[in-house]
Design a protein around this ligand. Structure first.
Ligand SMILES: *Cc1c(COP(=O)(O)O)cnc(C)c1O
Length: 403
């Protein structure tokens, strides 16, 4: 059916936002890519920094800033640094730090157990831009000292390593970085600001994959980076904005919502992790159980000194037997998600030999303590009795299967 009535072409104009004396309790989602300014003079002032105002959302938008201020508060990010930035993923944050701050000829020194993609960036990508990288054992400050060269500009470490949960000698490394005038960047994704605040230990730069515990529901990928020095912030910001590492407003909104319950989720998951680790240690069929606060952990004393009672939500264990035993374990625990992530509100299980460390030869994995029976558990907020039952059943099913 046709009609003679014209379609009003004013529809393409943006409608005015309804006015009222009240305001929303929750943060509005602000998806607009562009912002309207009053005049060329005003826009000029915005770009020049004389007045505050958003212009184009790749350069910054309200939902990212609302989220960043919340994480700043958790981290105790120094105000002088200008506040943290939100980017599109944890790897966007790592990339913006390394590529924004380093130049051809620089050397970066990393912890040998860094997140897999951070290792790849250092080994495969940075060298294409003339930046060299090497790795050292972060539990051994002497090995870091030996790996420093006159070109070393930045050190990147994680406090708790993946997946074997070793605890870095962060005090020793921070002292070394300060004495040698080298920037210290800490990826604090695993420990979270609830357990460890890198700025208190002298870090210059703090990085998070917000994807993990901070947002906590496995429905966004986002990253965070904050600095002590505003010049570093500017270099990282300019790189991120130029290369388009921008976060989506909706993702920031979801992460803000997740972050509101972070402390509750974290405390419960940590309590569960500790209880689960102690329970696993009583079961036959396991070669070892790894949890930083257990007395048999290789870095136990350091873990207690740095983390206090905050052992985190990650537990690893090694099942006797090979791939068949590993398959049997996973199949016998249908209520736990076998998924290569961490920090979800529910417990997830990952198997480094088939995922994060599959690129290594079996011999290299063995040298790193990552046999076919090695599992990493990101403990969630479930009822602890259910978790214990599930693992007891899974491990019983897998025990006795030797290959
Ligand atoms: C997951 C993770 C990253 C990468 O974060 P994405 O949000 O997945 O890009 C970086 N560092 C650590 C320690 C991680 O666990």
């Amino acid at each position: 059916m046709t009609t003679d009535r014209p379609i009003p072409d004013t529809l393409v104009r943006r409608s005015p936002w309804p006015e009222g004396v009240s305001r929303p309790l929750g943060s509005p989602i602000q998806p607009s890519v562009v912002f309207i300014s009053e005049s060329p003079d005003q826009l000029d002032d915005q770009y020049g920094g004389a007045v505050e105002g958003y212009t184009y959302s790749r350069e910054g938008h309200p939902n990212a800033d609302v989220l960043a201020r919340k994480i700043d508060a958790l981290e105790g990010a120094p105000e002088a640094g200008g506040g943290g930035l939100i980017v599109g993923s944890g790897m966007a944050a790592v990339s913006a730090v390394l590529m924004g701050l380093l130049r051809a000829g620089d050397h970066v020194l990393g912890g040998s157990q860094l997140y897999g993609r951070s290792l790849r960036l250092m080994r495969e990508d940075l060298p294409r831009f003339g930046i060299t990288a090497s790795l050292a054992d972060p539990t051994d400050t002497e090995s870091f000292a030996r790996a420093i060269t006159p070109q070393t500009r930045l050190i990147l470490v994680e406090l708790v390593s993946n997946p074997i949960l070793r605890v870095a000698d962060i005090e020793g490394i921070a002292r070394l970085a300060r004495d040698r005038g080298i920037l210290l960047a800490i990826d604090a994704t695993f420990s979270t600001p609830r357990a460890f605040r890198p700025f208190d230990y002298g870090a210059d730069i703090v990085i998070h994959s917000v994807t993990k515990l901070l947002s906590g529901h496995s429905d966004v990928t986002l990253g965070y980076v904050a600095t002590r020095d505003p010049a570093h912030r500017k270099a990282i910001y300019d790189f991120a904005v130029t290369t388009g590492l921008t976060p989506s407003p909706f993702d920031c909104w979801l992460a803000e919502r997740g972050l509101m319950t972070f402390h509750l989720r974290y405390d419960r998951a940590e309590e569960n992790a500790r209880a689960l680790a102690d329970h696993l240690a009583t079961l036959p069929g396991l070669r070892r159980v790894v949890y930083p606060l257990r007395p048999d952990h290789p870095d136990h004393n350091r873990a207690v000194a740095i983390l206090g009672k905050r052992g985190g939500n990650m537990v690893s264990f090694e099942l006797m037997g090979g791939r068949n035993a590993a398959n049997t374990l996973v199949r016998a625990m249908p209520n736990l998600a076998f998924a290569p992530t961490l920090g979800d509100i529910g417990t997830t299980l990952s198997h480094p030999a088939s995922t994060s460390h599959r690129g290594m030869t079996p011999e290299q994995r063995a040298a790193n303590g990552l046999s076919e029976g090695f599992f990493r558990v990101s403990v969630g907020v479930e009822d602890i009795e259910l978790l214990k039952q599930e693992f007891t059943a899974g491990i019983a099913a897998a025990t006795g299967i030797s290959d």
